[in-house]
Ligand binder design. Sequence first.
Ligand SMILES: Cc1cc2nc3c(=O)[nH]c(=O)nc-3n(C[C@H](O)[C@H](O)[C@H](O)COP(=O)(O)OP(=O)(O)OC[C@H]3O[C@@H](n4cnc5c(N)ncnc54)[C@H](O)[C@@H]3O)c2cc1C
Length: 312
Amino acid sequence: MEVYEKKTRLLPSSGPHTEGIRNYGAIDALHELRTQGFELEPFGVVRRTIRFSPKFRNVLHGPAYYLFMRGREDYTVDQMLYARAKQNGVKFHFGRTHDPLNADIVATGPPRDQFNILGAGYTFTEEGSHLEPDTVYALLDNGTAPGGYLVITPGIRFHSVYSVSWRELRFEKLLAMTEAAFEIPWIRAILGTSRWVSKINGRAYFVRDPIESAERRGSLLVGEAGGFQDAIAGFGFRYAVLTGALAARAIMDGQDYRGLLKGKFGDEFQRASDFRGWLNRATNEDFDKLVASMGSEITLEEYLRQRGSRAL
Ligand SMILES: Cc1cc2nc3c(=O)[nH]c(=O)nc-3n(C[C@H](O)[C@H](O)[C@H](O)COP(=O)(O)OP(=O)(O)OC[C@H]3O[C@@H](n4cnc5c(N)ncnc54)[C@H](O)[C@@H]3O)c2cc1C
């Protein structure tokens, strides 16, 4: 197997950061990935998710996210998967742009001129900050992340703080809105006296029915190249892994890729897109009502029972 990567070395396009695998499904999210051959262990588990809207706050208790690092260090998903693939005989060609029309599997990420989600923010040192290793914070506020949320996630040696927006797709503008939020007292308290490490500048791409367009002239589209991305909150990691595994299986076993995708995902992309429609129109009052409806504390089970496929 040959892999072509246009960057000269392995690095996430948005810069190093923490990623969470959302554990909201009927089966455990790590178990699901393991069944498809993804066996890496997370470096942490989030047991407290603290959500803010402009006026309300909720604490969700339970293992809501598994944490992985993206970046250059040996413990990142990027480097661990790379090392494993090399061990298994995969040949890598760095600094080589490949014609996507001439590949069995296309995993080229969000199309450069078609992205519809933007992330902007920073990584910051663990030193000087006040972030517990099992806690993530999210802020739903259109003044900080239009149509999206600001998130603070713990990492190894450095943490991440960034806004993800569906409505503000200009990086400098979104970064300025994110920076303005650093003056909010509870965010200021978490940042403490830590220092900035690097910028996060990431794009993402979702479509309503990625299964429909998952094959292009014999090439199988996986991950965000095919718009396999979570329209609700931008959790694309799971889709990148699962679609990659299903595409490989389709080729090796001579199975129908779109059939495999339909069997795995059903109508989850359409349901996510429907809720995205609501989120795009949501005002800060709507975000207040959403967070207030969860009360001050809630367990993961209660939350999922209450919100179903509209869980954020
Ligand atoms: C800031 C940020 C935070 C995120 N946080 C989370 C999170 O917490 N949880 C979660 O589930 N998801 C998260 N995501 C989303 C997740 O990272 C992506 O959905 C996932 O990495 C997409 O993987 P991919 O393989 O489709 O694309 P990519 O990771 O973008 O990989 C595509 C690769 O293809 C290369 N390439 C492009 N064109 C060519 C070509 N013609 N020839 C050769 N190579 C080419 C690119 O250089 C790139 O390396 C986040 C994304 C960002 C940007």
